[in-house]
Design a protein around this ligand. Structure first.
Ligand SMILES: NC(=O)c1ccc[n+]([C@@H]2O[C@H](COP(=O)([O-])OP(=O)(O)OC[C@H]3O[C@@H](n4cnc5c(N)ncnc54)[C@H](OP(=O)(O)O)[C@@H]3O)[C@@H](O)[C@H]2O)c1
Length: 301
């Protein structure tokens, strides 16, 4: 299945939400959708950064239809407020791109006490998707896109230490959160299909790209790794292609995983890629869904 963004027709009249739209892959995804004339809601936690990103896009693309809304995934109250405000002001939602993420920060807790990577990357997006499901369901051809990572491959869901209650390994917690995003995407699609819903859930990963995601990597390690990273990574605008493929390719059925198809999926043309057998474990996915419902205090599907 070949994806060529230039062949995608205008999406005028459609609306998308991109979380973490102010930098990195979210920024490039926003540009990609705006180029196709979609109205893009830039869901960001920092108004100044969001405004700067919006101004930059407007300079490149004066006709871009962009709207900034505040969303701090560190707080489930902020997620609820965002979803309520969006649903009040919009009649339709064609695309929800659960893009925002953090990687290997020092141990920290979200407002509700979740380990920050699990909280921001998974739990908050789980709740956001559930709260926006009514408007997604009332919009023809809508999709939820969830961002995973190559890091899911060495990860597991440790229900005994889900929020690093017993111990904190920043890499393990990141891998677990990205595996959770992937299993959520598969389980969401399964539940939507079982219900007969026309909403599709698709997962994507960007491969490797040198973005602000590395902000918590120590400076000396970053300096040491830079030449290697340069070699194995691709530019953010290319790394956003899997998200855009997942969002815009009309032949996708839901339940796919899209990533770069080059060596070790680190870069290259976007296509359908495989995830680990563990990521397809339906029992773990079900348990993760139920725990997520309990911890976010929101049941759906
Ligand atoms: N870059 C890679 O190589 C790579 C590889 C695999 C997967 N990914 C995934 O791709 C996604 C995008 O990453 P990226 O590389 O573009 O990283 P990035 O440049 O660091 O961008 C992350 C975005 O998420 C936002 N964000 C972080 N915490 C947030 C919060 N509490 N509430 C709302 N927004 C928040 C950031 O906002 P601020 O600017 O305000 O902090 C920023 O807009 C992530 O899910 C990441 O896990 C990236």
């Amino acid at each position: 299945m070949n994806f060529n963004i230039n062949k995608i027709p205008s999406q005028k009249g459609k609306t998308a939400i991109v979380t973490g739209a102010n930098v990195g892959l979210g920024f490039e995804t926003t540009i990609g959708l705006a180029k196709k004339h979609m109205h893009v809601v830039m869901a960001c936690r920092n108004i100044k950064k969001a405004q700067k990103a919006k101004d930059t896009i407007k300079k490149i693309l004066p006709t871009a239809s962009l709207e900034i809304m505040i969303l701090d995934l560190n707080s489930l109250k902020s997620v609820r407020d965002f979803a309520a405000e969006f649903s009040k002001n919009h009649q339709q939602l064609h695309l929800l791109i659960n893009n925002a993420g953090i990687m290997i920060p020092p141990f920290n807790k979200t407002e509700e006490g979740f380990e920050s990577q699990m909280g921001v990357n998974h739990f908050a997006h789980f709740l956001l998707s559930g709260l926006l499901l009514p408007i997604l369901e009332s919009t023809e051809g809508s999709r939820v896109i969830s961002l995973s990572s190559i890091a899911h491959k060495n990860a597991k869901i440790n229900f005994e230490n889900l929020n690093s209650e017993k111990s904190y390994s920043k890499m393990e917690a990141y891998g677990q959160s990205k595996l959770a995003c992937l299993m959520f995407a598969y389980e969401l699609d399964k539940r939507l299909k079982a219900k007969g819903s026309s909403v599709k859930s698709i997962a994507a990963h960007p491969g490797v790209s040198d973005t602000d995601l590395g902000r918590h990597v120590s400076k000396w390690l970053y300096a040491l790794m830079r030449p290697i990273v340069k070699l194995i990574s691709h530019k953010p605008e290319d790394a956003a292609m899997p998200s855009l493929f997942a969002a815009l390719d009309k032949d996708l059925l839901g339940g796919e995983y899209i990533g770069p198809t080059g060596f070790n999926e680190m870069k290259g043309k976007p296509g359908i890629v495989k995830s680990t057998p563990l990521s397809h474990d339906t029992q773990i996915a079900k348990q993760l869904w139920e725990v997520s419902e309990k911890l976010t205090n929101f049941k759906y599907l």
